[in-house]
Design a protein around this ligand. Structure first.
Ligand code: AMP
Length: 282
C-alpha cells in the first residue's frame, strides 16, 4: 500500500539508499499525471509523488483559491499505479521561517521573460523556487515533468544546469482527452459545453502544424487570432511559434525546429497547450 508522508525528516528516512523517481504535482490528479508516475515505476525507480499547491507560483489570487483539491481521490488513483510514496507537505515543510532561498529573478533569460513569463509575472520565479526546494528535500535521481507545461520544463532543465544538480529530467508527452483537449486539473472548472469549446486550443495547434509547410508564421497567427476573437467567451493571451530552445519567436517557416504555444482564457479558466511544429521531420 502506498504510504502518505507529510514530514521531510520522515520522508528522508524512507528514501535512504533508494533510486528515486520524483513526480512533483499540485494534486487534482488525472491521466496526465499518471503517465509520469507510470514511467517512473516502469524504470524500476522508487517513485515519490508530491502534492503541494505552491502559493508562490500563482500570480492570480483567485486562481490559487479556486485551484481544485481532492486528496482522497488522488490517493485512490495513486494506489492503482506504481507510486511508492505520496509526499503531502504543509507550507512549513517547504518554506520554513528560517529558510534562505535563492531568488530566481530573470535568472533564465530569455526563456523566463516571454509567453508564460511575460503573461504571468513572477510565475517562473515561484516554480523555480518550489522545484529547487522539492529537489533539495527529495534528492531524486530522476524527475518527471509533462510537455504540457513546455516552458516550465525548459526552466527546470535550466535550473538543474545552473545548480549542477545530478538529476535527470525526463519530459513526457501531453496526455489528451479523446477530443484533443489537453488534460489539466483546471478543466474541472469548465462546463461540458466549455470542454468541447476548449478544443479550439488543440485545433489551432494542429492547424499550425499542418500549415507550417506552406504558410508563414504571421499568416498562421493571424488566422488563429481571428478564430479566437470571433467568440466573446474566449480571450486569447498569446499564440506564438518559437524556437524550442531559446523561446524566441520565429518569423519564417524555413526553420527546422519550432514549437507553437498558446494560452487563452475561456470564461474564467486559463488554459495552455503546445505542439511541435516543424516543416522538416528531424
Ligand atoms: P501540475 O499538477 O499541473 O503542477 O502538473 C504536475 C506535472 O504533471 C507537471 O510536470 C505537468 O506538466 C504534468 N502534466 C499536467 N498535465 C499533463 C498532461 N495532460 N499530460 C502530461 N503531463 C501533464
Amino acid at each position: 500500500m502506498v504510504q502518505v508522508i507529510k514530514k521531510n525528516n520522515q520522508l528522508q528516512d524512507v528514501l535512504i539508499d533508494k533510486r528515486v523517481g520524483f513526480v512533483p504535482t499540485m494534486g487534482a490528479l488525472h491521466e496526465g499525471h499518471m503517465s509520469l508516475v507510470e514511467e517512473s515505476a516502469k524504470r524500476g525507480l522508487f517513485t515519490v509523488v508530491s502534492i503541494f499547491v505552491n502559493p508562490t507560483q500563482f500570480n492570480n489570487k483567485e486562481d490559487f483559491e479556486l485551484y481544485p483539491t481532492h486528496l482522497e481521490r488522488d490517493v485512490a488513483m495513486l494506489e492503482k499505479t506504481g507510486c511508492d510514496i505520496i509526499y503531502t507537505p504543509q507550507k512549513d515543510q517547504i518554506y520554513p521561517e528560517d529558510l534562505v532561498m535563492e531568488v530566481y529573478d530573470h535568472e533564465f533569460y530569455p526563456v523566463d521573460s516571454v509567453l508564460e513569463g511575460k503573461h504571468r509575472p513572477g510565475h517562473f520565479k515561484g516554480v523555480a523556487q518550489v522545484v529547487h526546494r522539492l529537489f533539495e528535500i527529495v534528492k531524486p535521481q530522476y524527475a518527471f515533468f509533462g510537455e504540457k507545461d513546455y516552458q516550465q520544463l525548459a526552466i527546470i532543465r535550466l535550473l538543474c544546469k545552473k545548480l549542477s544538480l545530478p538529476i535527470e529530467i525526463i519530459g513526457m508527452p501531453t496526455i489528451r482527452e479523446k477530443n484533443g483537449l489537453a488534460m489539466s486539473s483546471r478543466n474541472e472548472r469548465l462546463s461540458e459545453a466549455q470542454k468541447e469549446k476548449a478544443t479550439l486550443l488543440y485545433k489551432s495547434l494542429c492547424y499550425a502544424a499542418e500549415s507550417f509547410a506552406t504558410k508563414q508564421p504571421q499568416e498562421i497567427k493571424d488566422s488563429i487570432e481571428k478564430h479566437f476573437s470571433s467568440d466573446d467567451e474566449w480571450e486569447l493571451e498569446y499564440f506564438e511559434m518559437v524556437n524550442p530552445d531559446t523561446f524566441e519567436t520565429i518569423d519564417s517557416n524555413a526553420t527546422k525546429h519550432a514549437r507553437a504555444l498558446v494560452a487563452a482564457t475561456l470564461g474564467k479558466v486559463r488554459l495552455i497547450d503546445n505542439m511541435k511544429v516543424t516543416s522538416h521531420e528531424v
